[in-house]
Design a protein around this ligand. Sequence first.
Ligand SMILES: Nc1ncnc2c1ncn2[C@@H]1O[C@H](COP(=O)(O)OP(=O)(O)O)[C@@H](O)[C@H]1O
Ligand SMILES: [Mg+2]
Length: 277
Amino acid sequence: MILMPRKAEAMRAGTPKDAGAGSPEIEIRDLHKSFGDNQVLRGIDLEVDAGEVVCVIGPSGSGKSTLLRCVNLLEEPTSGKVFVGGTEVTDLDVDIDAVRRRIGMVFQQFNLFPHLTATENLTLPQRRVLGRGKAEAAETAARNLERVGLAAKADAYPAQLSGGQQQRVAIARALAMGPEVMLFDEPTSALDPELVGDVLAVMRRLAQEGMTMMVVTHEMSFAREVADRVVFMDGGVIVEQGPPAQVVGDPQHERTRHFLNRILDPAAAEPEEPTGE
Ligand SMILES: Nc1ncnc2c1ncn2[C@@H]1O[C@H](COP(=O)(O)OP(=O)(O)O)[C@@H](O)[C@H]1O
Ligand SMILES: [Mg+2]
């Protein structure tokens, strides 16, 4: 992995305020989130440095999506603090829209507008949210479709694209907004197996370009190869974290081993009570 150029690039891309200051790009402090009586996050502490790629793994219902959603304020934390680029996003006075503009999010479901072409799916939010003019939005759309290998599909409608292509349009749409951070929530889970690779390739390239990324995924080969750090969550806490070779290759905790056995060889694992979804 080419770590040094990536980090250097990430520092250049950072705002002057946080560049070189050594403050993490994302900082999560003692984050709790409950839905009624259901304590979903029970004290999460996590820092993600600029240019770092953190893969979050863990069983269904362990709070992975809720964690990502608290970072970009799609969910309001019950307590605790979240900082992005040095700004406390959990501050009640914060401009939520300004925060969300700095954070790109990609979901399992691509959520493209079906009646708009790929290009139009990219230009609409740029114009509405960022107030960009027609020409700039179109130019940025073209550049980002190119970036995900879909320049040739600029005028296609979502229904004319494969699931993998639709997800790459969704990634390009997020990138066109110029985010400092990208959050991915199981971006390949809805795809047929043969379409997963193209999406992961786009994400790998993004990581190499120095994007700060939090990626919830079950793709262990991606985590092993691309992640700087893997975080294993269970029951709303971080059970263990570290370099992929350690967490995936030589897990220290029984819960991590049990989870990895189940996802690496689903047919061989013992059945377990479903935990949600
Ligand atoms: N908006 C919500 N309202 C109520 N419960 C929720 C909501 N979102 C998530 N939950 C609950 O939080 C728990 C964790 O969900 P989630 O963060 O989606 O886990 P994961 O992504 O790890 O599968 C589950 O029990 C789920 O039912
Ligand atoms: Mg989830």
